[in-house]
Design a protein around this ligand. Structure first.
Ligand code: NAI
Ligand SMILES: Nc1nc(O)c(N)c(N[C@@H]2O[C@H](COP(=O)(O)O)[C@@H](O)[C@H]2O)n1
Length: 293
């Protein structure tokens, strides 16, 4: 039996100022359907990229997971439901190839209303420049797509001709590969592979008709998006902080520093419009990246 989650409408309302405008089909909680009532002022602006929410769960020592390839439950039941509420409010959900290879995630919305067919499912977007993900019939996202409980992924790649069998499999489930040109002035992916500018990835997502995206991880994705100048593309940051230390050796959020030409330290990146929301044993931090940074 599929997991069915519930997120309290009063908690949903607290997040509204940090969310993209409600999706036409969103029926997750009933909250947020009326912009005037909800106070959601994040109107679509006709720009060439979607509304971008950076969201993840981390420990007190900034780890996403205890070790690479070892999925770690950080969110408690209420903050997990919050993540699924966010999934109900975004057109797309993005992770890197490291995450799909490590976790074989579902990337669907498991709020009760979505599973009953009345709600929204986000489109998974997987950043996989070198077609590392050997997606198969057994990949969880495709099993869920076949069951009508999720959508097949769009895979963003720098390979002009991805493997034909994987492409056929994806397309049969409603997914596809999206080609994005990598940058030539690479400022260094940890795996030495090609690097995308986030502006290019987001422009392609928008071309696919997707007006909002929540970027969940993992560590390389988040650190890359938080690096200047790409961090100016983030509209909203929603971080679950769990009351635990995972210790050294985890997958850590710590974006690279860009020092000035004279070696001077950069001014720290600090969130604005900050609010904190206790959810069970966790706390959820919401904020925005000031446009000048
Ligand atoms: N606690 C949480 O909220 C979350 C935890 N995770 C955890 O994170 C771990 C995976 O993290 P990572 O190993 O860092 O993998 P990742 O999921 O960040 O994927 C890394 C890969 O994505 C690609 N990539 C990232 N940025 C790119 C860019 N700008 N241009 C081109 N390609 C780019 C590269 O191929 C890179 O090797 C998993 O263990 C997973 O469980 C993942 C998501 C959320
Ligand atoms: N919000 C959040 N809290 C945690 O405790 C987590 N471990 C994660 N992990 C992310 O969620 C993906 C799993 O999603 P499904 O439940 O399989 O849909 C995992 O791959 C990470 O991206 N997130």
């Amino acid at each position: 039996m599929a997991e069915a989650l519930f997120f309290a409408p009063e908690n949903a309302l607290k997040l509204e100022l940090h969310l993209p405008p409600p999706l036409p089909l969103s029926t997750a909680t009933g909250a947020g359907h009326n912009d005037q009532l909800s106070g959601n002022d994040n109107k679509p602006t006709g720009r060439s990229r979607p509304f971008v929410t950076l969201t993840f769960a981390m420990s007190l020592d900034s780890s996403l997971t205890i070790a690479p390839g070892r999925p770690t439950e950080l969110s408690g039941p209420q903050s997990k439901s919050m993540t699924h509420f966010l999934r109900s409010r975004h057109a797309a959900i993005c992770v890197g190839v490291g995450t799909v290879v490590a976790d074989d995630p579902s990337l669907n919305c498991r709020l009760a209303s979505s599973l009953q067919g009345g709600g929204h499912q986000p489109r998974p977007i997987v950043i996989d420049p070198q077609c590392r993900w050997a997606i198969s019939e057994n990949s969880r996202v495709l099993q869920l797509a076949r069951a009508g409980h999720g959508l097949a992924p769009f895979i963003v790649t720098a390979i002009w001709e991805p493997p034909a069998d994987r492409r056929e499999l994806l397309e049969r489930h409603g997914g596809r590969y999206l080609f994005v040109e990598p940058t030539r002035e690479s400022y260094g992916m940890p795996d030495g592979g090609p690097q995308f500018r986030w502006a290019d990835v987001l422009a392609e997502v928008k071309r696919q008709g997707l007006d909002s995206i929540m970027i969940e991880g993992g560590g390389t994705i988040i650190n890359s998006l938080l690096s200047p100048p790409d961090n100016s593309l983030i509209d909203s940051v929603i971080v679950t902080i769990a009351p635990t230390w995972l210790g050294q050796g985890g997958v850590v959020i710590c974006p690279p520093r860009k020092t000035g030409a004279d070696g001077s330290p950069p001014s720290p990146l600090r969130l604005a419009d900050v609010s904190w929301h206790p959810l069970g044993a966790d706390i959820v931090l919401c904020g925005k990246i000031p446009r000048s940074q």
